[in-house]
Ligand binder design. Sequence first.
Ligand code: TXA
Ligand code: MG
Length: 344
Amino acid sequence: WSVDKKIDNMTGYPQIDEAAAYLLNNEVVAFPTETVYGLGANAKSDEAVAKIYTAKGRPADNPLIVHISSTRQLQDLVAAIPEKSMKLMNAFWPGPLTLIFQKKQGAVSEIVTAGLDTIAVRMPDHPVALALISASSLPIAAPSANQSGKPSPTTADHVAKDLDGKIAGIVDGGPTGVGVESTVIDCTGTTPIILRPGGVSKEEIESIIDHVEMDASLKDKEEKPKSPGMKYKHYAPAVPLFLAEGEPNWVQSLINEKRNQGLKVGVMSSSETASYYDADKVLDLGSRSNLSEVAHSLYDSLRALDEAELDIIFSEVFPETGVGAAIMNRLDKAAGHNWIQQKK
Ligand code: TXA
Ligand code: MG
């Protein structure tokens, strides 16, 4: 990783000490994590945290994840640490897993937790994020550093496009690795529940604690999500996106039909089939047998399609195993749950 030395334009690319000084001064700063870029602020300050919501245009009822750099910081934030949470922390921290705890009253600004008695905490696995949090000696509240409703940013450039002029700075650590957000899991009840699929898979979690469930709203769109943020329509491109489940030749027939109507068509494809398609823009997301490639390129692809001035986009459907569950959760949301299936 490298921190860009330039500290020039409006937004600037401050280095860690300068970024930590901003945080201590209750300013907001974007920084890389292993999942996506975060927009950080001092979690203890109402003034600082309010700036996150303003910069992003984020609804006030959507709570933030508090980022820490050492497990010692956890004691100040939470009322209790359940045994299963302890096991998961030992297995996956630092890493793309966010845990929900009963919060310690008064530990962070009420705005962070949006009035809930629980608090979401994670320790990111990125040297820049860890160095920044530890240089500030603060718990850092940080949502993804995108404009609310846009795909999460996986490069400093994405952050600059969305938030230039609205935040104190961006620490550039290059493209993020995982590419989708952390898994959010609630272990405060009897059965642990995954509220948001993400960088750590259900299979990996179940190798550490025996049984976890997916929040009912992840399968049934009529159910109310337990995680406030999951109810918002996210990542929707400006033009209609459809998830096309079927053989490539059938997907190509959908493309042809639209192109014959004079429409510009984009395709989100796997490497296995990308060269097969004839469309106005074909994006190769990565191999079906290496879904971490697909996760890594997903948000950049959605942004690229948004900029390509298309009329309609079709996406292939990926397996829901491992990180595939997070990929399909984000694609399904981006498509507004619109699927087309090939007739058997
Ligand atoms: O990978 C990530 O998690 C990134 C990086 C920057 O760490 N952060 C991120 O934050 O994705 P954000 O704000 O975009 O998503 C946080 C999710 C939201 O769905 C929010 O509703 C949920 O976590 N959340 C936060 N606090 C919660 C709580 N106390 N109970 C249930 N859900 C909570
Ligand atoms: Mg977000």
